[in-house]
Design a protein around this ligand. Structure first.
Ligand code: SAM
Length: 276
C-alpha cells in the first residue's frame, strides 16, 4: 500500500517510525479541543502536530499561545500553510523527549499550560511520564492513546488493566476516558482502535510527595502475583512485621495484593508506614 497523501498541494510520505497516523475528521478534532476545554486564557502544548489538523482546531479556540513540537522537519512547509493566518502558534522541530524540561517551561514563561495531542503510539507512555514527572505547571492533558492503554489509565481496582500508572494518574487529578475513536478515522489506518483520555490536574490532592509516592506504588506492583507485603519488604528497609502492622492499622488484609487498593487507600498506607 502506498502511504502517501496530499496536504496543501504537497505529497507527503507517512513515516511509520514516527507513529504518523493523521486525523482529518473535523467533528472529532473539534470534540478533542472541547474535551480539553480550551479557552482564551489558556497556553497549549501540542506534541506531534503532523499536518496541523488538530493544531488548527486548537488555534480556532483562540488560546493565548500554542506551541507545537514536531520531530519530522519534512512537515515544515505543510504546517506553514495549514497554520498561516494564526498568530498565536509557534511550531518547534525536535524530539519532545530530548528537549530539556527547563526549556519547555520557558515557552510559557512559567505559566500553567494544557497538553493536547494525538500522541505517537510508540512513545505515548514515556511522553506521559515525562509530562507528569517534571514539575511542569500543568493544568490538564487531553491525549489520544491506543485504546488498551487508555483503558489501563482509567481501570478500576481488581481488574487486569489496573496498575501503578492508573493509581499515579488518579493521585494527580481526575482522569476520564472521554471518547473511543475507531481506527478508520486515521490515515494511514493503524491496527488498533484509540481513545481520548483527559486528566484534570488537582494540585496537592493528597498532600504527599509525588516522587516518594510514585516509588512506593511502583514497588507495590513490582511483582504482580506477590502480596503487597512481599513486594514492599523487597524494596524497603522494613520488616514484614512492620508492614503487616501498618496494613492492619489501615484495616486491610495482611495478604492483600496491590491491585485491590484504590489510590486513596494507597495514600493511607503510605502515610501510615512513613508517618506523614
Ligand atoms: N496531530 C496530528 C494529527 O492528529 O493528525 C498527527 C498525530 S500522529 C499520531 C503523531 C505525530 O507525532 C506525528 O506527526 C509524528 O511525526 C510526531 N512525533 C513522533 N515522535 C515524536 C517525538 N519524539 N517528538 C515530537 N513529535 C513526534
Amino acid at each position: 500500500m502506498k502511504n502517501t497523501k496530499e496536504f496543501n498541494g504537497q505529497q507527503f510520505q507517512f513515516k511509520k517510525k514516527f507513529g504518523q497516523n493523521f486525523l482529518s475528521d473535523t467533528n472529532l478534532l473539534e470534540a478533542i479541543t472541547n474535551d480539553a476545554k480550551i479557552c482564551e486564557e489558556d497556553n497549549v502544548l501540542e506534541i506531534g502536530p503532523g499536518a496541523g489538523a488538530l493544531t488548527k482546531q486548537i488555534c480556532l479556540k483562540q488560546p493565548k499561545k500554542v506551541v507545537a513540537v514536531e520531530i519530522d522537519k519534512s512537515l515544515e512547509p505543510i504546517l506553514g500553510l495549514t497554520l498561516s493566518g494564526f498568530k498565536n502558534v509557534e511550531v518547534k522541530f525536535g524530539d519532545i523527549l530530548k528537549i530539556e524540561p527547563q526549556e519547555i517551561k520557558t515557552w510559557f514563561k512559567g505559566e500553567p499550560f494544557k497538553v493536547v495531542a494525538n500522541l505517537p503510539y510508540y512513545i505515548s507512555t514515556p511522553i506521559m511520564f515525562m509530562l507528569l514527572e517534571n514539575d511542569f505547571n500543568l493544568k490538564s492533558f487531553t491525549v489520544m492513546l491506543q485504546l488498551e492503554l487508555a483503558q489501563r489509565l482509567c481501570a478500576k481496582p481488581n481488574t487486569k488493566d489496573y496498575g501503578a500508572i492508573t493509581i499515579l494518574l488518579e493521585f494527580l487529578g481526575k482522569v476520564s476516558l472521554t471518547r473511543k475513536v475507531p481506527r478508520t478515522l486515521f490515515t494511514p489506518q493503524p491496527n488498533v482502535d484509540s481513545a481520548i483520555v483527559h486528566l484534570q490536574i488537582e494540585k496537592n490532592k493528597f498532600d504527599v510527595s509525588y516522587d516518594e509516592f510514585s516509588k512506593f506504588v511502583k514497588a507495590s506492583f513490582s511483582m504482580r502475583r506477590k502480596t503487597l507485603q512481599n513486594n514492599l519488604a523487597k524494596h524497603y528497609d522494613l520488616s514484614k512485621e512492620q508492614i503487616v502492622k501498618a496494613l492492619t492499622q489501615c484495616g486491610f488484609n495482611e495478604n492483600i495484593r496491590a491491585e485491590s487498593l484504590s489510590c486513596s487507600q494507597f495514600v493511607k498506607l503510605f502515610k501510615t508506614i512513613f508517618n506523614n
